[in-house]
Design a protein around this ligand. Sequence first.
Ligand SMILES: [Fe+2]
Ligand SMILES: [Fe+2]
Length: 405
Amino acid sequence: MTITETSPSRIIDFEDLSFTSGAHLLLKRVLRELPVGGRLGVRAVAQDFAVHLRGWCRAQGHKYLDGDDQIVAWIVRGSATDGRWRQTERAGWSDAREKDSVRTAPPANWGFAARGAAVEAGGPAFHYSLQMKDQVWAEIAPKLYAQAVTSQWNPQTAINWEASFVLDEDVEQAVVQVMTYLIENENAALQVPARFIAQIHPHFREILQLLAIQIADEARHVEVFTRRAALRGRELGLSTVSGQQSLKTLLDEPDFALSSFMLSVLGEGTFLNLLWFLEQHAPDPLTREIVRLVVQDEARHVAFGVGHLQYQLATDAALRDRLALAITRRHEALSQTAGLNEEVFDALILLAAGSWQPKDLAAGYTRVQTLKNEMHAGRKARLEKLGFNEAEAAELSGLHTRNFM
Ligand SMILES: [Fe+2]
Ligand SMILES: [Fe+2]
């Protein structure tokens, strides 16, 4: 193939390349480089080349002119872009940092298309209940996703499962009870966001990615707590009705904003304090190591919850009342339940005491009271980040489930 530059026209020699073996590819490429109205002379020896070329030009919107004994034909480039690209719409821009790259209301027919793709018109409509940017977006999401990817840890290698330590039987039993409780809460934290992933328009790519990795985080948390519980061959502890009732209200909440408010901002937020407490007071190095890794993941989950609610509240102040109502409703629904599993509460005291000495037990009890105060202060601070005033934040935090999650 040779292309001869004879301004303002060009000539291309297809030699024996035919339309049944890819001539159209080369033709498109050369025409893209010509201005609209530019002329392209075509030389070719393949059979019926002119017939195919004429049909192709008609379909693609280019003008076909008969040639002579040297040139099969002249093509005058039309104004339409080629074929399917003619009726497409650019689905935003791939990089979320570019202005207007993430649209506020991406059309239903963009569906699974990559953000930034040229989407052909006439595609099927995808009906997502979370299709508006305000419903899901957080400015911090791309950064949190990048952080999450680099902070993934392998339960097998990140933790020294061979660490040697000796624990009193009762203290080991307390650890197993706390692990049993944590696993139950991790199961909820895994399934609640999973309910929403398929309801979010894929245009909000970073949100899907972030929730997917959050779910993978919870899967690891279930694994490491399960392995710690089983470490010394003991049976797992007690799972209570009230604990399950509290967690089920999270799974039953169909609204994404309310769900992530209760799960991530209040529940996982409260868990940050619990995990910090365990990082400090767990009686063995293995448990402390596990908790240290888990709490880093949880901090991201909380940050996304706060971030996306702040984003939504910026355009929908009425959401604040709905958030408050959700806490009140949940409090009423759980008012007849027993709250935190007594076994868990006692286990936390024993862990923090470290022994059965009366003065140590008293100190353990005080530490658990301090933990509850810190949980309350943490919730208040996050509620204030969402625009509640101090008194409202204190009142709403006080209504949060006694099960912590
Ligand atoms: Fe978790
Ligand atoms: Fe979490």
